[in-house]
Design a protein around this ligand. Sequence first.
Ligand code: SF4
Ligand code: SF4
Length: 694
Amino acid sequence: MNWMLMTGLLVVALGAFGWSMFRRLVPLLAMQPDRRWDRLGRRTANVVVTALFQKRFVQRWEFVHGLAHILIFWGFLAVSLNTVHLVGRGFVEGWALPGLHGTWLGLAYAAIKDLFVALVMLGTLIALFRRVVFRPERLTLSWEANLILLWIFSMMLLDVVYGGALFVMQPDHPEVKASFMGVLGRDLLLALGLGAGDTATRVLKDVGMWGHVILVLGFLNYLPYGKHFHVVTSLFNVFFGDLKHRGELAKQDLEKEDAIYGVSQLEDFPWKRALDMYTCTECGRCQANCPAHLTTKPLSPKRLIMDERNHLKAKTALMMRVARLRRQGAKDKAQEASAGWEGKPLVGGVIEDEVLWSCTSCGHCVENCPVCIEHIDHIVDQRRYLVQVESRFPKELTTVFKGWENMSNPWGLASNSRGDWMAELGVKTPSEQPEFEYLFYVGCAGSFDDRNKKITRAVVKLLQKAGVSFVCLGNDETCCGETARRIGNEYLAQTMMAANVELWNSLGVKKILTACPHCFNTTKNEYAQFGGRFEVVHHTELLLRLVAEGKLRPEVGFARPGPLVYHDSCYLGRYNKLYDVPREVARALPGVTLVEAERRRQLGFCCGAGGGRMWMEEAPQQRVNLKRAEQLLETGAKTFATACPYCLIMLDDAIKQKGMEEDVKVLDLAELLERSLKKDGADAPPPAPPAAGA
Ligand code: SF4
Ligand code: SF4
């Protein structure tokens, strides 16, 4: 009888689960192809480190909570094995997996399982308490999440009830020696006066066993319909995660006959994006340090993914139809079916334009999402559609695009004045000095912005002092294309990138030096897409090396009052892991007291300029640079050290808005280093350019 009941239960539950999975996964076939089967070894290693050992939870700022999550995860796995036992006992009384019945291994498993049962019960109660009492802002506080916690707690409780009743009925059961939660259950039942022969004991044993199995199978069937679907999808999302460099945006194939110029509907996304949507746990780690969200802009990366997911669920039936038509080779009919969607469009409907334009591409969300969701790709894909197909973007960008198109700089300043800063310093171009080690790629800010030109000059003076062989392109230099790409103007970005690569290759450039993390990131991580493989160094890296080699000797004491705080540039730190190098440059300055902001390194807070935000208007109460300046001021620092022209402009501006320019200065590390060198010989003409390799 029991076996029939268990068979029926399994057939219904697993059949329903299979159907739900089918409905969830078939829509992915209506989306664009995405090659995620390469480098299987690395993908498997990512699953082990990120999904099984949950590396992203072990962070200093949430160690306890992270540990609790790991315990619940592992506990769940450990208890799942016991669920297999209970299912088996629906067929054969007392059944256990081979090697686990009455053996030392079985006893060890019983003890470990009970330990996890206790920890999971404790963990779920703590999580419930936290949700109901503390109500953290980053979490989505839904009744669903509370119900799931109670559900998990009940599964564990029924396991204890089963064990307790079993031990009352079978006092000599071998697991009595190890299963301490079962023993606790037994003692409670005995204290309530229940004995081995009582009907109530037998009923409790059945309730414990069947109740546990029914709750587990019910949970399994609920998964595809709620946020806990991540229990199923997260391993796959990590496995199929992006293996390209974090700082690299995918190159759109604009030459293809059926090229898609960005994403306007779900079907235009590569299929992995749907897996992202299903996998979001609604934990809110992505928005906890999102500069857009924390300055009350309409973007929350969590909300973005959840809205896309709800849209995907609403469109499931249509996408299944599209997938079927595609499979049958009926491309036109599939397109027609997609176009027949009568609900809200994805871009401009489900996801409003302002949401997409609020992103600074700071990378915090991607770096801190525990299940490897790739928010920025979602955003840039949709920006690409807005810019390239709809020409719909903040009006301020019109002049910026014109500036790039006509003068190859976002200010639209005369391109033949780009190299004006060079003359007084005697900097050579490749035609004047064909042999060189570094091409110092100055970038638009370092060439045109008056404040940043001072940094360019400081870098040049340091290079000359240290005898580094370098050239600059002067008026032949053009924009690197980084910001145009992040704004979504992929065509323009590709044009600029390809032109630079062609020129640099023709000049025999091997090494690039840059003082801008945006130029640094894009030339280092994206130019290979266009055949440009250069060794790219940021000026802080080279300067630190020159100090270590004794070619630069910081000797003059730091002249400013108070401590100095270093502000992490997102594109240097989060994207390229250069956290320590700039700090070491600061430490090399005699007399500097370096202090740290609370939000720093991986948790650093953006200045607000990335992703093209530098060129977009911001309401005064929503300014990211003001928020960041306040965070830095909290340290008591009187000097903000930067290593990025965008950060410098934004923080400088914030200090001026606060009327604090007399007290607080924002300086690039190159300027600080240059000031720390003895000025003897400063009036001497610059040394003759040394030979390559110097
Ligand atoms: S990249 Fe930064 S600004 Fe954009 S959504 Fe992520 S955290 Fe927010
Ligand atoms: S996107 Fe990632 S970090 Fe954000 S809520 Fe979802 S799972 Fe959490």
